[in-house]
Write a protein that binds this ligand. Structure first.
Ligand code: BDR
Ligand code: CA
Length: 308
């Protein structure tokens, strides 16, 4: 059977790192490329972290660095959550391979263009790279099966009262992607803040006495209890987007018109979901609203244990 073609754009980041591990455990996927963007930390650091995590897990895939800043705004990073390196906690060895000598946006465009089948794009960071690719090469739209994006919130935000971090960092890029006409699933805080790893889960991971399980436990020890954003435990934001791309039943979605606030005094970066269909606009986004927690953790823990 033909493998599902997948492309991942990310900003590792603790939960991005776990998302990569979950993605590369999917045997039915052919992950064509990983691209990195500035977000949780600077581009230099998110690129280094992606290479280091993939090297440590003995995964070989083309990796390319994309945008070092949002399309129009100054970069916001998240050292409060991910530390100065973007992946504080575990002591990872240096990467054992180099990035592709090509800009990440070019990598996205060329990788998608040369496929005979459509590609699923998973994003776990700000949408800068994907927006730039779609602006520069609108022809790739028809080659994208769907976008599964960790970002946004129909309810409260985590970086401002109104906005989730990935959307807040580059709202113009998010707006471009959300209104591109490509099928898009928004895996936002409404579900990711329910996908919580607890201290007990860290103990369980440590008891497995395996290299990757221990690495994930060390990531979680740093990432857990994010009082800055009102979460107890370690929310698996980015792994949930990967899980939704793999097994859509892991969440219940409903399609609504969704727009991105780009100009608010207090609401910049808000994903405005028209629940009551007041605007009369066509629904453009599958909004994930309910989580099947057991199914998600079965997938996640199974994936972690699939590494030697
Ligand atoms: C998102 O922001 C980042 O800090 C995480 O990696 C995740 O992608 C959650 O708001
Ligand atoms: Ca992320």
């Amino acid at each position: 059977m033909m493998k599902k073609l997948v492309l991942i754009d990310c900003d590792p980041g603790h939960d991005d790192a776990i998302a990569l591990l979950l993605a590369f455990a999917r045997k039915e996927w052919d992950i064509l490329s990983v691209t990195t963007v500035a977000g949780n930390q600077t581009l230099e650091k998110t690129l280094h972290n992606a290479l280091a995590v993939l090297s440590y897990a003995e995964i070989k895939v083309p990796v390319a660095a994309g945008y070092a800043k949002p399309l129009l705004r100054k970069l916001i990073t998240a050292p409060e959550i991910h530390g100065e390196t973007g992946l504080d906690g575990p002591a990872l060895p240096e990467p054992n391979f180099s990035p592709e000598p090509v800009h990440g946006v070019r990598q996205i465009i060329e990788t998608i263009r040369k496929q005979n089948e459509k590609v699923t794009v998973i994003t776990t960071g700000p949408l800068t790279n994907l927006a730039a690719a779609l602006i520069g090469a609108p022809d790739i739209k028809e080659k994208i099966e769907k976008i599964v994006s960790m970002g946004g919130a129909a309810g409260v935000g985590n970086w401002t009262p109104a906005a989730e971090f990935n959307i807040l960092v580059d709202p113009e890029a998010a707006s471009f992607v959300f209104t591109s006409g490509i099928p898009l699933t928004m895996v936002g805080l409404d579900v990711t803040n329910q996908a919580i790893m607890e201290h007990d889960d860290i103990d369980w991971l440590k008891r497995q006495d395996r290299k990757i399980a221990t690495f994930v436990a060390e990531l979680l020890e740093f990432f857990i209890d994010q009082e800055r954003v009102g979460v107890k435990g370690a929310p698996m934001h980015d792994p949930l987007a990967v899980a939704v791309a793999a097994v859509p039943e892991v969440v219940v979605c409903k399609k609504y018109p969704v727009k991105i606030e780009m100009g608010g005094n207090y609401t910049t970066g808000r994903t405005v979901v028209d629940f009551n269909r007041i605007t009369g606009e066509e629904p453009n986004v599958d909004v994930a609203l309910e989580l099947n927690r057991d199914l998600f953790f079965k997938l996640l823990k199974g994936a972690i244990l699939s590494y030697g």
